[in-house]
Design a protein around this ligand. Structure first.
Ligand code: SAH
Length: 214
């Protein structure tokens, strides 16, 4: 229209429908991190949120589970508790097990959207299965932890104990110069998933996020 102000911000030309898959960030690792690592993690969570907000085809919402301890306290103090105003995010005190938990569980609120346990995939570099594609009816869990590689198999063991699927990004297959067990940060993983949604091409998605080695 003629009264439109020229905007310095780049207009979002493509507003696609959100991609149907759910993404969960499991914040159940407060006891495994130093204070500095908690600070790093909460910065990563802000990048994660921002990447989803800016994506041409975002995930419809991000669910943060087990948000009940030191990570939550840090988020409360970060940018005037900005996380409370992040749109299209959900924050649960309880664990992601409530996704498939039976309705008799005392804490299960009816507003929480359930899913079948078979549709849940824990993403971890330590999984045997290599992720081949994202499916709109599946739920992908990212471990909300910054541990500088101290805890190998932490998320893998958690998934195995709960009998849920686990899968790693197909890094070895597409980034030949990189080791297969490449551990990324929470926001890098979400950025790769978003790039895959946009391009359906793992090589492109991985290269756009993981800096190339010189
Ligand atoms: N020791 C932790 C690593 C934390 S890295 C562990 O046991 O997983 C933060 C999270 O990013 C991981 O929990 C995982 O969900 C995700 N992630 C990192 N690298 C990945 C990879 N190569 N494939 C799949 N998920 C990965």
């Amino acid at each position: 229209g003629e009264d439109e102000q020229p905007s310095r911000k780049k207009a979002r030309t493509t507003v696609a429908e959100p991609f149907g898959a759910r993404v969960v960030v499991d914040l159940g690792f407060d006891d495994k991190m130093t204070d500095k690592e908690i600070v790093s993690l909460t910065a990563q969570l802000a990048y994660t949120y921002s990447a989803n907000r800016k994506a041409s085809q975002p995930f419809s919402s991000l669910l943060f589970t087990s948000c009940n301890g030191r990570t939550r306290e840090r988020l409360e103090r970060q940018s005037n508790a900005a996380y409370q105003r992040w749109i299209n995010t959900e924050w649960w005190d309880g664990g992601y097990e409530e996704l498939w938990g039976d309705a008799t569980s005392a804490s299960a609120s009816t507003s929480k959207q359930k899913c079948e346990k078979e549709k849940v995939v824990y993403l971890t570099a330590d999984a045997d299965e290599e992720l081949s594609e994202l499916k709109e009816d599946e739920v992908y869990i990212i471990g909300g932890i910054c541990d500088h590689n101290r805890y190998k198999n932490l998320c893998q063991d958690k998934a195995r104990k709960q009998n849920i699927r686990s899968a790693r990004l197909p890094i070895g297959k597409y980034l030949a110069e990189m080791t297969t067990r490449k551990v990324l940060t929470v926001n890098q993983v979400l950025e790769i998933l978003l790039e895959w949604v946009a391009t359906k091409d793992w090589r492109e998605a991985l290269y756009s996020v993981v800096p190339k080695r010189k």
